[in-house]
Design a protein around this ligand. Sequence first.
Ligand code: NDP
Ligand code: 2IT
Length: 451
Amino acid sequence: MAVAASLDEKIEPIYREVIRRNPGEVEFHQAVREVLESIGPVLVKHPEFAEHRIIERICEPERQIIFRVPWEDDEGNVQINRGFRVEFNSALGPYKGGLRFHPSVYLGIVKFLGFEQIFKNALTGMPIGGAKGGADFDPKGRSDGETMRFCQSFMTELYRHLGEYTDVPAGDIGVGTREIGFLFGQYKRITNRYESAVLTGKGLDWGGARVRNEATGYGLVYFVGEMLAASGTSFDGRTGVVSGSGNVALHAIEKMHALGGRVVACSDSDGYVLDEAGLDVELLKEIKTVERGRVSDYADLRPRARFAPAGNIWHVPCEVALPCATQNELTGNDAARLVANGCIAVGEGANMPTTPEGVRVFLDAGVAFGPGKAANAGGVATSALEMQQNASRDSWTFEHTELRLAEIMRDIHHRCYETAAEYGKPGNYVAGANISGFIKVAAAMVALGLI
Ligand code: NDP
Ligand code: 2IT
């Protein structure tokens, strides 16, 4: 099994202190460690960052909000959930990042996501700080009315912390256009302001921007396309496997097909579906977004497809693997299996889906590995384009916006690739993304003084 990378001796005590101050938040520790492993050489080139204690400051959120969310279900029972917003860093712009509604949400998850978001947002080149939020609410099996009442109660507390120049949430797991609609409606009602840019991922009829819905999945495939091009190849004729079947996964499948690849499997938390001829993405979209069904329904409707309940999707042979479900879904053993089966490129559509052991296996095997904070940044970048359109009361065409997205992903790839080479780690996009994102935020923090 691959060995964990070590930390620079100046950084090790900072990491130990992060663990001590944030007990039990294992996902947050993991996300911090992954960034800190990359930035030792940065301190050699930029001693001012250590002088200003930038690492210590960057690991401490600027503000953390935790609140009660009471609501009434369809049977008239009172339900209580816990809501979160971690406003992590605003050196580059207003806090920006999604909201996740999933029963597994607790402070450690929100903090890992918020921490990742700081560097991801920096990599986009857009003026946005980093944040994340959500609740331990489980939207599965809830009616529209229950979801609306939950969202209204959630916003009744959160609205006071938001604003187009302060903090701008969007979607994530369990939060799509429907939920953003309920949240925006309540914000508008409480504040008496049609402040479009206070949330992104809105519907096209009420302030939303074209391509935002597709952006994370499309952007992911553009990023992987750039990695493939850098190693002299392309998607053409290649087999893909995509985990998850939500917003990111569906659009990744769609774009990979458009670029000549063939995705044969996708999944949800019940198992995976395998369709060797290539998944019918229109049918999947119908099942998942219109019917709010499961991937097993796909196998019921397509005789050539097979559903593997509780199966491990990473055992399906492929050349391109795109984990698009959740954190730590791809382990060291899974990575070894993918490499043995001929996988040449991995793009993280989800946030931190690969365990540290998995990442090491891919890097050691020379697989082109695109870490989430670079590869899935197209979603938040297009959110920033939505804010731009809201500010100018403008609405761009699909074609124009998609060109901007492709350009942004090309720039992010270029930045990571060049930075990795500059720091003596050619081809290591993990190092490239961490170093380049960190330097941008750190330099801004130095310039803004001790705040
Ligand atoms: P969705 O809610 O649309 O879809 C989530 C998918 O992942 C579902 O298929 C879900 O299956 C599966 N999944 C979620 N949690 C688990 C779990 N614990 N175990 C197994 N499967 C799970 O979310 P998104 O597509 O928006 O998000 C997917 C990933 O992409 C997340 O990591 C998110 O942080 C990341 N991301 C999203 C962005 C966006 O713009 N939406 C931007 C950048 C990153 P099931 O229905 O069975 O739960
Ligand atoms: O993880 C992410 O980048 C998101 N969920 C999107 C955040 C956003 O503000 O669009």
